[in-house]
Design a protein around this ligand. Structure first.
Ligand code: URA
Length: 183
């Protein structure tokens, strides 16, 4: 099995898709490599590209608030994205870019072996749970896949655009914490 060091080096040197040409930093992932809970977002934004750390911009700050509200320590979780490089102007990741990048995430999951994988938003849920995933209908539901429990919650950026989703987000995050405490 590949080691963390080998995987991170390979990812930082990756030139498999054109996004490597415009990245400032590869945003490999961050957090606890022994985490029982892993969050998977979509792709780095401007702040993430500038710092090399996932979810440090406005969406990340909102995610931090939910973690704190339900009693999950950010130091206890691992956070990664489907794409490790920022798409120009934060456009949706192309399927071809996802195909180039997904193996890094698969290796991260193999190394961490989290109990729960929580997709942040529709892009991540469509890639990891079901290509036809409907986030507005299915958020907060749990499925078992290959020894992992998967769920999806709204992307924090969606909550910034539509605060009416915040109540659902809180309930979904609370459920994640409850299930985590019982596995
Ligand atoms: N949005 C994402 O999906 N991932 C990040 O790392 C930041 C914003």
């Amino acid at each position: 099995m590949i080691t963390w060091e080998e995987l991170e080096k390979k990812c930082r040197e990756c030139s498999a898709c054109p996004l490597h040409e415009t990245r400032t930093n590869c945003v490999f992932g961050a957090g606890n490599r022994g985490a029982r809970l892993m969050f998977v977002g979509e792709a780095p934004g401007e702040r993430e590209d500038a710092t090399g750390i996932p979810f440090v911009g406005a969406a990340g700050k909102l995610l931090d608030k939910y973690l704190e509200a339900v009693g999950i320590d950010r130091d206890d979780v691992y956070i990664a994205n489907i794409l490790k490089c920022r798409p120009p102007k934060n456009r949706d990741p192309l399927p071809s870019e996802q195909d180039c990048c997904i193996e890094y995430l698969r290796e991260q999951v193999r190394l961490i072996r989290p109990k729960i994988i929580a997709c942040l938003g529709r892009i991540s849920a469509m890639r990891l749970i079901d290509p036809n995933y409907k986030i507005t209908k299915e958020h907060g539901t749990f499925v078992e896949r290959g020894g992992f429990t998967l769920t999806a919650v709204y992307h924090p950026a969606a909550l910034l655009r539509d605060p009416r989703k915040k109540e659902d987000m809180y309930a979904d995050m609370k459920k994640i914490k409850e299930i985590l405490d019982n596995v």
